[in-house]
Structures are given as structure tokens and as C-alpha cells.
Design a protein around this ligand. Structure first.
Ligand code: CP
Length: 324
């Protein structure tokens, strides 16, 4: 069985195949009839134990565009509140005939457990687990960067070699940052993390990226600047920085954005907290790709589902458990 658990499991060839397939899927989205018959007769369950807007809805849109039957499961309102385990929940769903499980879970490693435990036979796609990984987010981000920095047609078959990406903010709690560092490194980009020292994880110096503390000095050398939300829900309130002190040092406003090269883009995985890590002026500017990222997410998730369930090409495997 094939799964997508971590961006770190993708080879350069895997990643390029996914990016190129997403480009094909985007062409389908441009047609008057946006559907492909690829997954007709296959069933995909979206198993969400944590809240989501973009990931859940874009997976559902991708599944429907590929003609899959879709089951949406949200832990809220389910028998999880009565103490039902992940194993029993997954086996209950599989008994209804499921070919793939898209899972978001608050516990790092939950998708890996589901994929390797032998509890179910379905393909497992990680839609975000704890602070560990969010591989489809990293893929859609790389897709957005390749389109903007290399070109939609010119980018086919190409990676992001030499492109400089700065990721700013709460790296400590960010599965998006981890996944992006892994994938961007595989694609040849140079990544710099800018964060308060208290919002960097232990061991970050072993990641394949640079660390910096001076945002203003890093912006002029960036082709893409990815702003991260401060994840208050994963933090002890005593350590939560005030909006004013955080945005003064690590927020992106119009004045700071003007330091970026003219071609450089501002990215954000969403949800944004306007006034904290990004001002409304920047979020609403032409240089900000946040809405484009959401649209690209549908194409990328179609590509993942197509290659795991419907395509003939070898796609994505996983072998490694999440790092502690
Ligand atoms: N970027 C992202 O994962 O957003 P959601 O939490 O809304 O899915």
C-alpha cells in the first residue's frame, strides 16, 4: 500500500512528478467541466480530529473532481467523545469500504501509526499531524513558488534550485515549517528560518536550513517570504508574546515588504491573524499568494490522490517514523 506521511519521504523525482501532475490537474480546473472519472467507484474518507477550513474543503473538492465517493468524518459530534480510539474509528470506517483515509490529528505520528499498524488496508494521506508534518501544504507551497518564480509552463520538470525562501514566525509549533524545510531542501531551494529564539524547536540547527534573527536583513535576499501564524492553541499562555512586541520584530507590514526584491512573493498557509504576523495591507496586496495557495491546494491534492489511487506511475512511499 502507498501512503503520504511526510514531505521528508519524497525524493526529488517524487516531488517533481507531483508538481507536474498538479499542473495537469490545474488545466482540468480551467475547463468548463472540472471533473475526471479517475476515481469513480473509489471511496475516500476525510478523517478530521482537528479543525480545518482549507485542507478539509480542498481535499473534498479534489476527491469530487476525481469522481471519488467522499465520506466526511469530524471528531466533533462523533463517538470519539465517548472514548472510541483511533483504531476502532478507522476500522469502523474501513468496514464501510474505504480506499483512502485523509487524516488530520493533533498527535504527531497518528497518520504514521494508521499507515503502519496493520489496522486498515487503505492508503493514508497525512493532512497535518500535531507539530510534525503537513506534506500536502508543503507541496502546494512549492507548486505556488514554482509557478510564480520559475513560470507555469517553464516550470514543468524543474525544481526550485537556487531560490531563496524565508520562513518567519512560530517554527516551534509549525508542521508547515518542518514540511517546507524538508521539501524545499529536496527541491534545491535555500531556506532561512527567522523566529524568536523561544519559538525555535530543540535540534533546529540540524535541519537543512539557515537560522536568522534579523528579519529586516533577510528580506532583501528573499524570493519568497512565508509568514507563519503564532499557534496560541499549542502554547502555555504564560509564554504567549504580546501582539505589539511580536509584530514589531517579526510581523510583515508594508514598510518591511518594500525591502523585498520586486519579484518576491509573500506566502501564508492560513489561517492568518491580521495585525499579528501580517498586516491587512500586506495580506491584501498583489504580492500575497494566500488565495492562490488555496486554489493550488485543490490541484495538488488531486495530484496526490491520482498518483496514490488512480495513476500508473510509482509515487510516494514512506518508511520512517516521525522524529521524537
Ligand atoms: N493551511 C491549513 O492547513 O489550513 P487549515 O487548518 O484551515 O486546513
Amino acid at each position: 500500500q502507498r501512503h503520504l506521511i511526510s514531505a521528508a519521504d519524497l525524493t526529488r523525482d517524487d516531488a517533481i512528478l507531483l508538481l507536474d501532475t498538479a499542473e495537469e490537474m490545474a488545466r482540468v480546473a480551467d475547463r468548463p467541466i472540472k471533473k475526471l472519472p479517475t476515481l469513480r467507484g473509489r471511496t475516500v474518507v476525510n478523517l478530521f480530529f482537528e479543525d480545518s477550513t482549507r485542507t478539509r474543503i480542498s481535499f473534498e473538492a479534489a476527491e469530487k473532481r476525481l469522481s471519488a465517493d467522499v465520506i466526511n468524518f469530524s471528531a466533533k459530534g462523533s463517538s470519539v467523545s465517548k472514548g472510541e480510539s483511533l483504531k476502532d474509528t478507522a476500522q469502523t470506517l474501513e468496514a464501510m469500504g474505504v480506499d483512502a483515509v485523509v487524516i488530520r490529528h493533533g498527535a504527531s505520528g497518528a497518520p504514521y501509526r494508521l499507515a503502519t499498524s496493520g489496522w486498515i488496508d487503505a492508503a493514508v494521506i497525512n493532512a497535518g499531524d500535531g507539530t510534525h508534518q503537513h506534506p500536502t501544504q508543503a507541496l502546494l507551497d512549492a507548486f505556488t513558488m514554482r509557478r510564480r518564480l520559475v513560470g507555469r509552463d517553464a516550470g514543468i520538470g524543474r525544481d526550485l534550485a537556487g531560490r531563496r525562501v524565508t520562513i518567519v514566525g512560530d517554527v516551534l509549533h509549525s508542521r508547515v515549517a518542518r514540511s517546507n524545510v524538508d521539501l524545499l531542501h529536496t527541491l534545491g531551494a535555500e531556506v532561512t528560518l527567522v523566529a524568536p529564539p523561544t519559538l525555535l524547536p530543540v535540534g533546529v540547527e540540524t535541519w537543512p536550513c539557515e537560522i536568522a534573527y534579523d528579519l529586516d536583513g533577510t528580506l532583501p535576499k528573499s524570493d519568497a517570504v512565508m509568514m507563519l501564524r503564532v499557534q496560541r492553541e499549542r502554547m502555555n499562555a504564560a509564554f504567549f508574546p504580546t501582539e505589539r512586541e511580536y509584530s514589531r520584530r517579526y510581523g510583515l507590514d508594508g514598510e518591511r515588504m518594500a525591502r523585498m526584491p520586486e519579484h518576491a512573493v509573500v506566502m501564508h498557509p492560513g489561517p492568518m491573524v491580521r495585525g499579528m504576523e501580517i498586516t491587512a495591507e500586506v495580506a491584501d496586496s498583489d504580492r500575497c499568494t494566500v488565495v492562490e495557495q488555496v486554489a493550488n491546494g485543490v490541484s495538488m491534492r488531486m495530484a496526490v490522490l491520482y498518483l496514490l489511487l488512480g495513476g500508473n506511475e510509482p509515487a510516494v512511499t514512506h518508511t520512517r517514523p516521525p522524529a521524537a
